[in-house]
Design a protein. Structure first.
Length: 335
């Protein structure tokens, strides 16, 4: 055995010695480096494509426990509503959290029209007050006795402006809702999930802007980059018992400009279904295949190409930008 290894090492050494002494060293080195990089990216994205296309190997109710509870923040937003309806169809009980009690009651009625056997609990709170003392105490009391299998951190806010013109209230609200409330709620529920005999799941709503920042949403993009990184690190810490997924959708709206509507717009229902299909397959997903192609395609582009759109926007006044963007961007992106 030792002589065979010595022979292999000797042959490798002879090959390397001949290679480095040969002519055209720079060209050969660059060729090897290029081939290595091409192989790396081919394998990396090939695995991503395989994971995206392969069917989920289990039903959600079998994996996470039939009749267990799904907690959804920002439940009355388009994505939150779609998550609620999808899990209701699968027989899960729902704890819906949002700001508006009236909208929560309307959503509860809509869900009962689909499946009147589903248990539903509603909690009306505004997370921008989450830094107040004992803010979470009442929420945690409501959640204490529930067998929570899935947490969907969907609540979030955004604003569109120069960073230097952002108000203290806007920055405070964005940090509270997008970051602090997510951390606090996740910590409380993870402790409960680790005691379950079934597996559990956490879906944190990130955004494509967390990966590809855009101008005039610097703080929002940074908050979503945090959600991405937090989800990945948490998955490594508490997996595989708890599946953690950062969901990075692009536009989920019908009021996009007409040319974008036909190409990029995806309904909330289709986006949510695609997201759930990616549970246990990885740490991040763009959701629907349209958004996945767009996101993965942008990852291949050089940074200077990605930044061209933001640079082109700089000469335009903030008033003109608002006229264009506020047609389909709301001050509160998720409700």
């Amino acid at each position: 055995m030792g002589s065979k290894l010595f022979k292999i090492y000797s042959e490798c050494g002879h090959f390397l010695q001949t290679y480095w002494r040969s002519e055209g060293l720079a060209e050969k080195t660059l060729s090897v480096m290029g081939a290595g990089l091409a192989s790396y990216y081919t394998i990396k994205h090939g695995i991503r494509l395989f994971n995206y296309l392969r069917p989920i190997p289990f039903s959600l109710s079998y994996q996470y426990g039939s009749g267990s509870w799904v907690v959804i923040t920002g439940a009355t937003s388009p994505l939150g509503r779609a998550f609620a309806l999808e899990f209701a169809k699968k027989g899960f009980s729902l704890c819906l959290i949002s700001r508006s009690d009236d909208k929560l009651e309307a959503l509860k009625k809509e869900i009962h029209n689909i499946n009147n056997l589903v248990g539903i609990k509603i909690i009306a709170v505004d997370f921008d007050k989450c830094l107040l003392p004992n803010f979470f105490a009442s929420i945690f009391d409501e959640l204490k006795g529930l067998d929570i299998s899935v947490l969907i951190n969907n609540a979030g806010v955004d604003f569109f402006d120069y960073f230097t013109e952002s108000t203290i209230h806007q920055l405070h609200e964005l940090f509270c809702v997008n970051v602090f409330a997510l951390i606090q709620l996740t910590q409380f529920i993870v402790k409960k999930m680790l005691q379950r005999k079934f597996n559990s799941a956490i879906i944190n709503l990130s955004s494509h802007e967390g990966v590809f920042p855009s101008a005039f949403s610097s703080v929002y993009s940074a908050s979503k980059a945090f959600v991405d990184q937090f989800s990945t690190e948490l998955a490594k810490e508490i997996g595989p018992k708890i599946d953690v997924l950062a969901f990075r959708p692009y536009w989920i709206r019908s009021d996009l400009p007409h040319f974008m509507k036909r190409i990029l717009n995806v309904s909330a229902e289709r986006s949510v279904q695609a997201c759930l299909d990616q549970l246990s397959k990885g740490y991040t997903t763009y959701g629907n295949w349209k958004h996945a192609l767009l996101g993965v395609g942008k990852e291949f582009l050089p940074v200077w190409v990605r930044n061209m759109g933001s640079k082109a926007m700089k000469p335009i006044s903030i008033e003109e930008r608002r006229k264009v963007f506020m047609r389909f961007e709301k001050r509160r992106r998720y409700i």
